[in-house]
Design a protein around this ligand. Sequence first.
Ligand SMILES: NC(=O)c1ccc[n+]([C@@H]2O[C@H](COP(=O)([O-])OP(=O)(O)OC[C@H]3O[C@@H](n4cnc5c(N)ncnc54)[C@H](OP(=O)(O)O)[C@@H]3O)[C@@H](O)[C@H]2O)c1
Length: 269
Amino acid sequence: MVVGTIKTLILGAGGMLGTDLMVNFPLAISFTHAELDITDKNAIFSIIDRLRPELVINAAAYTKVDDCEEKKELAFSVNGTAPGYIAEACGSIGSKLVHFSTDYVFNGKKKEYIESDRPDPINVYGASKLEGERAIARATGKYYIIRTSWLFGLHGANFVDTMLKLGASNPVVRVVNDQFGKPTYTKDLAQKIQEILNHGYGIYHITNDGVCSWYEFASAIIPNVVPCTSEEFIRRAKRPEYSVLVNMKTRPMRHWKEALSEYLEAKKK
Ligand SMILES: NC(=O)c1ccc[n+]([C@@H]2O[C@H](COP(=O)([O-])OP(=O)(O)OC[C@H]3O[C@@H](n4cnc5c(N)ncnc54)[C@H](OP(=O)(O)O)[C@@H]3O)[C@@H](O)[C@H]2O)c1
């Protein structure tokens, strides 16, 4: 399948990943949050029925992990129920769906997770994203669910930018050294979709290569960082200790350190 030749609809096009997807699908029809609320079932059905895309890519989500703890209803509505509407609408006209999920569907007790491992989320965000995965699978068989982790990209708030800001305005920055994962550049992830579309339907784990702690990640961004524990840095949502996604289905992507260097260079321009 060649991307430019299939009629594509991108939802959540104004987000960090959504903006990079637009670069890779330049002919796609796209909707930002302001243009289409994915929790509006009638609007979803009417747009998909009218436009009749062959491929729908949903990059819309409620991604504020800590806020999800208080805004449970909103989290489940956007991340859980709405993907089911999109999948149902796709199913009704036979289009394929690409949807993004998260490493936070796992409890983090195992050191690594392959695609077939059993999810067991420990926070509301993870639970709402898992509900989204399940709602999609109930509604259509023609889906690619791409679980990814620790995203950074040029078009949204992310950990790298937070570190740059904190590092410039504080003598030292304390960062947890007991949560491990795989940082992922949204540009690399967006470019990978084409390859995944040539594989079978199902769940994919797609990240940059290499595992690190948040402290190790921060140390690659700024010099003035010191390690601390999760107990010293309490947050509203619990985070898994290990949320290392292992990709058993496609070629590995480049190492996160190489992607980070390119990102930092791109930010200077
Ligand atoms: N960021 C990460 O580290 C990370 C890690 C793992 C997985 N993921 C997943 O990757 C995907 C992309 O994440 P991202 O980092 O690009 O997130 P993002 O920058 O927060 O983008 C999400 C977009 O969805 C929009 N949105 C929120 N509610 C909506 C609604 N009801 N209807 C339509 N649009 C809505 C947001 O608009 P507003 O900003 O205007 O609300 C935003 O433009 C998501 O599925 C996320 O769960 C992200």
